[in-house]
Design a protein around this ligand. Sequence first.
Ligand code: KIV
Ligand code: ZN
Length: 507
Amino acid sequence: MEVLKKANMNLADKIYIFDTTLRDGEQTPGVALTVDEKIQIAQKLNNLGVDKIEVGFPASSKGEIESAKKIKSMDLDSTLVGLSRSLTNDIDAVLDSGLDYVHTFIGTSPLHRDFKLKMSKQQVIDTAVSAVEYAKDHGLTVEFSAEDATRTEHDFLLEIFSGVVDAGADFLDVPDTVGVLTPVFTRELITFIKDNFKTPVSVHFHNDFGLATANTLTAIECGANQAHVTINGLGERTGNCSLEELVVTLKVAYGIDLGLDTTRLYSLSNLVGRLTGVKMPVNKPIVGDNAFAHESGIHVHGILNNSSTYEPMSPEMVGHSRRIVLGKHTGANALKSKLKEYHIDLNDDQFCKVFDDIKALGDSGKCVTDDDLIAIAITELSSARETPIVLKGLGLSSGSGVSPTATVRLEIDGEEKETASTGVGPVDAALNAIRFLIKDTMDIELEEYNLEAITGGTDALAEVFVISSDSHGNKSTGRSTNQDIVMASILAVLDSINKLLLIQRAQ
Ligand code: KIV
Ligand code: ZN
C-alpha cells in the first residue's frame, strides 16, 4: 500500500516501544496478575521485541518486588523498568528488585498540586529533582513523568522538565493521564516540548476519548522518541494506547517497521485476554475476532479475488486468520468457497436449497456457524434420501374445559407406532406425541419455531420454519408449508428430526 508521505513529519531516528501491560495494564479495574502470569507475559513481550517492559511498581507490594526479581533473572533482551513515585523509598524498592531503570513520576497539574499533593509549584519541582538526583546517584537510568502533563501549565512543564534534565533525567515522559488530548493539541504540545529539550521525549496516552492511538501517532509524527503502550490497550479506566494498533499502523500506514515480530500479536493478545480476564470485543482492531471476518456477499466476492479489496493488511501479518462468516448477507461466492473448504459438492438444486436455509437461519437472528453449514449441506446431500420417519396419521381434539389432545401415527424405520398426548395447544400436544414415539431413537429440543402466513385470507398457506437440536449438540432446520397450521408445524418438525437422524447416522 502507498504509505503516508513523511515529508511534513519530524520523525525521531529511533522510536522506542515501552510496554506497560504489566504495570498500567495491571491497573485495569479488576485485573491482578500472579508472579507466574507476569513472567509468561514478560517472556512473550520480549519475544515480540519490545524495547522496554515496565514490570510493575515494586514499592506497592512484596509480590511486585518478587515478580520484578524473577523477570530480571530471566535475562531478557528488553530493558526492564520499575515505577516509583518521586520518593526515595520507592526508588529503593526498584533498586531492591535489581532493576537498572526507574520510571519516576509526580503530579504536575494544578489539580494534582492543589488537591492531591498539597504542594506549591516549587515543592513539586524540588521533590522531582531530588528523586531524579537520588536515582542517578544510585546508577539508575531515569525516566521522569510529569503526571497529568496535558493539564499542566506549559511554562510550569518547561520549568520542571528543565529541573529534572539538569538533575540527569534520561527520558522526559508526557502522560495524558486522563486522556483529554486530541491530535491537534498533541501536535502543539509535543512540538513545544521537542523545541525546548534535546532529552528524548516519551508519551503515555490514555484512551478516555478513544484517541490514545491517534494521539500517540501524532506525537511520533512530531518527533516523540518513545511510546508507552499496552497489549489490548489495557490500563486505568479505558486503558492506554494499544501496542498492536500503534505498531501495525506505523508499519502499514507509515511504512515504519519498528522491528517487532508482528506475527506474534494475535496470540499475545489472546494470552493477555485469558490471564487478565479482559476479553477483547469482536470489533477490536487488529486482534478482535472480526478483524478479518467477512459476511457481506459483495465483500466476500472481493476478498476471494484479492484480499486487499477489503483488508488493509493480511491476517498472517499479525498471526490472525481470515474468516468467511455465513448469515443473512451471504452471497453465492462465499457459500461456494465454504463448501469447497469442506470438500462438499452440491448440484445446483441442492446448492439453492442450502443457500435458502442459510439465509433463513440468518434472518431468524442466528449466527450461522460452519457446523450449521455442514449439517444443512449433509442433509441436503441426502435429500434424495430415505426419510426415516414418516407421518402416517394425525388426529386432534380440543374444546373447552379439556386439554388439547393429539393422536400421532409415525412410521419409524419401517415400523408403525401410534400414541396420544396432551399439551397446552394442539401443536404442543402433537409435538409431545412425536417426542414420545421417537424417544428410543433420539431426544430433541425445539430451539426455534417461526410461523408465517404466506398468503392472505382464512385459507392462507402457513409456512413453518423450525430449528431443532439433539443431545449431541447437532442442529438442523425444518420447513413445511400447509393450509393447516398444526400440519405445517408437525411436518416442519419431522423434517428437522429426519435431518438430525441423517446427521447422527453420518457421524
Ligand atoms: O497515567 C499516568 O499518568 C501514569 C503515570 C504513572 C505516568 O500512569
Ligand atoms: Zn497511566
